[in-house]
Design a protein. Structure first.
Length: 94
């Protein structure tokens, strides 16, 4: 599973950043089984009832999930946000 591999790569990379307060959120429309969640790595499941209205336009699919994460997440102004999808693979050499 690509998400599982990316999760492990992020965990490995971020664990080396001892001076950075990092969190990985996996935003999805459906709960993913077998994802070991911690206070630094967890899933955010978009409710089926959520309807996005970004700049007056209804959004769907990945954009809907990302918009939900932005609207209801707890990222601060200076936080970095990296958006990946299920086809994206991150490597430790990146």
């Amino acid at each position: 599973m690509v998400i599982q591999k990316s999760k492990e790569t992020f965990r490995l990379l971020c664990s080396k950043c001892t001076d950075v307060n990092w969190v990985v959120q996996i935003v999805t429309d459906n709960f993913i089984e077998n994802i070991e969640e911690t206070n630094r790595l967890y899933q955010v499941v978009v409710p089926h009832s959520y309807v996005s209205n970004y700049k007056g336009e209804s959004v769907k699919y990945k954009a809907r999930a990302l918009q939900y994460a932005i609207e209801f997440g707890n990222a601060l102004q200076d936080d970095w946000i990296v958006h990946l999808d299920e086809e994206t693979n991150i490597e430790t050499e990146a």
